[in-house]
Design a protein around this ligand. Sequence first.
Ligand SMILES: Nc1ncnc2c1ncn2[C@@H]1O[C@H](COP(=O)(O)OP(=O)(O)OP(=O)(O)O)[C@@H](O)[C@H]1O
Length: 776
Amino acid sequence: MLELQHVKKYYQVGDTLTKALDDVSIAFRPKEFVAILGPSGSGKTTMLNALGGLDRYDSGDMIVNGTSTKKFKETDWDAYRNNTVGFIFQSYNLIGHLSIIDNVEMGMTLSGVGKAERKQKAVAALERVGLGQHINKAINQLSGGQMQRVAIARAIVNDPDILLCDEPTGALDTVTSEQIMQLIQELSRERLVVMVTHNPELAHQYADRIVEFADGKIQQDSDPYQESATSSAFTLKRTKMTFATAIKLSFNNIRTKKGRTFLTAFASSIGIIGVAIVLSLSNGFQKQINDTQTETLSKFPITISQVTTDQSKAQSSMSDSDKTAKNRGYLVAAKDQSESAQHVNKINTKFLNYVKNIDPEYSNNIGYTRLTGMNLLRQVEGKVTAVKFSNSDGDTQSIQQSLSSSSGVGVSSFPEPLTAGKNNFLQSNYKLLKGAYPKTATDIVVVVDSKNHTNINALKNLGFDVKNGQKVDFSKIIGTTIKVASNDDYYQKLPSDNFIPNQNLTSAYNNSKHQLKIVGVIRAKKSTNMGLLAPGIAYSDKLVRQIIQDNKNSAIVQAQKQSNTNVLTGETLTAQTKSQLMATLGSSGIPYSILIYPNNFKDKDHVLTYLDKYNKGKDKADKIIYTDLAGTMTDLTGGLMDAITYVLVAFAGISLVTSMIMIGILTYTSVLERTKEIGVLKALGARKKDITRVFDAETGILGVGSGILGVVIAYLATFPINSLLYKLTDLSNVAQLNPVHALILIVLSTVLTIIGGHLPARMASKKDAAIALRSE
Ligand SMILES: Nc1ncnc2c1ncn2[C@@H]1O[C@H](COP(=O)(O)OP(=O)(O)OP(=O)(O)O)[C@@H](O)[C@H]1O
C-alpha cells in the first residue's frame, strides 16, 4: 500500500554531508503496526516526513497504492496529507488558540467538509480516544496524555489509511504511555501505522514489525514485505481553505494577544488619525471659508471700470519676469507692465442699457461711481457756504475714488433697486441707527463704521465744526439740509471767457431746485462685515443723474466743450484730462465705473455669464473686462487651502507608511511565533495559498481595526479641537470629519496593512513543513 524505493536524502551543511536517508527501500502492508527504532540522528524522522509527504527527498520514489508520486504536484501532496495521512507528534502540536473541537475539525475544515458533519465526526473521534467528557475544555486545561489524545483524534478524524507517529509517548509517563500505545495499537487494526520510537520495550510489546535504523539505512526488518504490483485507482480530494476559516483562525489568534494587538492597532492608527484630523480640519476651514464667502464676498460687487487691468496679461507678464535675457547689444523701449496690462473699457450707452437689462432675479442692485462734481451750498450760522461730500482734507480724493470704483469698497453712492421693494441694497446690508432709510433721490444718509465712527473730514467738509474724537448727537446731523446749485447759478462767466464760482452764493442758494436732506444714520450689518460704503455721506446715484441732467447744457459745459484749456484755471488740457473735467462738470451720463451687486453667491455666476455674453464676437479692444474681486479671493483662498492640505496630508501619510512597516514587522514576528502552527496546518494538508490567507486575514483584521480605531479617535478628537479653535478664533465646529473620507481611510488602512503584511505572509507560506515542525 505504501512503498519507498531507493530513497535518498542528504543534507550538506558546510563541509559535512549528512546522509539522513541513504538508499532506503521498504514496503508496508495496508494494515500493520510498524515501529522504527534507531539511535538519535539515524534518519527516522526524515523517513517519517518523507512517508507523510511533509518533506521531499533527493532521489528515489514513493509508491502509494500502486501509484508513483514522481509526478505529484504541490497540491497533490497537500491533498495526500489531508486525505490519506494522519500525523501524531511527540509534542502534540495542537493549535493553542483554538478549541479542542476546532483542532480536531481543522483537517476537515481544510477539505471543505460541512459544519454539521465536521462536528459529528470530531465528537465521534474524541469519544473514540476517550475524551468525550472533556470536549469543552481549553487546550491548556488538558494533561499531556489528554493533549496527545486530542492529537490522535485529529489524526484519525478523516479516517486516513496511514497514521504516522513520531515518538508519540516521548513526553508521557509510563502509565499514560501504555494507554496511548494501546489506543494506537487498536487503530492499527484498521490501517497502516508507522511509529518512530526510542523505546524498544514499548515497540516490542505493541508493534507487529520492528525496523531498525542506523546512519540512514535500514539495518534490520523483523517482518519484511514485498509489495505486489497492485494499481488500484488512487484519487485525492483537493483541499481548499475558505476565507471564513482563515478569518476565524486569525481572529482567534488575535484574541489570545489582545493587549499587544490593541497597542499595535493603536500605533498603526496614528497615521490614520493624523490624516483624518488634517482632512477634517481642512474640510471645516474650507467650509468656513465658503460660508464666509457666500455671506460676505457675495456682497462684493462685480466692477466694470473705464480703466481696468487685464488680469490674464498681468499674470503672464508676471510669470516670465524672472527670465533674464542675454545681453544682445540693444535695449527695448517697452511699456510698464501695469500699463501694458491696462485695458480701456468702452462704456457706452449700449453697454449701460445692456447692464440695466440684467435679470433682477440675479442682481437687483447696480451702482455707479461718477466723477460728477456737485455744487453744494449750506447755510451755516445764517451764512451760505460752499460745502462738499468728501472724506479728504486735501486733493487726494481722486486716488481714493479710482481705488474704490475698481474694488467696489468704500464708495459713496448707493444703488437703487431695479425692482423696488426687493433686495434693497441699503436695507439688506445696513442697519438704521436713527432716522429713516432714504426714500427720494434727495435723501442722503450718514454712514458710520462698526465703532460708530464716521470720517471727520466728511463732517468738516459739510461745515460742521468738530474735533477728533468729539461725540456728535444724531439729532445735530439728521435733518441737516444742503442745496445743490446748478452750474449756471454757481459759476459766473468773466469777460475773459473764463469761469469762476459766483461771488453771490445766496442767490445761487435761493435759486436751487434740489434740496438735500440727511435723513438717517446707518451702519453695516454684522453679516456684511465689509465697508462697501465709506464712512461719511452716502447719496443715491439717482441724485447724481438728476444733477447731470440739469448741468448737461449749462454754459460752463458748453464753453469747456469748445475749449482745450480749463475754463476755470486756464490750464492746457490733454484729451484725457479734458474728458475728466467735462465729466466733473456734469457733461455726460457715462459713469466712471459700474458696480453690479449679485443677489447672492450663486447668482453671481449668472451675472458673469450675462456679462461674458456681451463680449462674444467682439474685438479685444471692444471687450468689456470686469473685475470679480470676490472670485479672485475665492480662487486664492481655495488654492491656498488645497496646498496646505496636500502638505499636511503628505506629512501624515509618512506616518501611514511607518504604520505599514510596523504591521509588516508584527506579521513577521507572528509568522516566527506561529511557525509550528504553520507546520501543523501543512501537515493537515493546508496549501501555500491557505497559509498566506491566514496571515493576510490577520493583517486585514488588524488593518480594519486600526482604521476604525483611527477614525473613531480622530472623530473624538474633533470635539476638543473645535472647542479650542472656538476659544482661539471664534469659529465654531471647524473640524468636521467627512464620512466619505472616514470610509476611504479605513479602506486605505486595510489595504496598506495587508500590503505591509503580505510579504511576511508569503514567507510563512513558503516555510518548509518539516523544518517548521522541528522548530521549538
Ligand atoms: N534541515 C536539516 N538540515 C541539516 N541536517 C538535517 C536537517 N534535518 C535533519 N538533519 C540531519 O539528518 C539526520 C537525521 O535526522 P532525523 O531527525 O531524521 O534523525 P532521527 O533519527 O529522527 O533522530 P531523533 O531520534 O533524535 O529524532 C540528523 O543527522 C540531522 O542532523
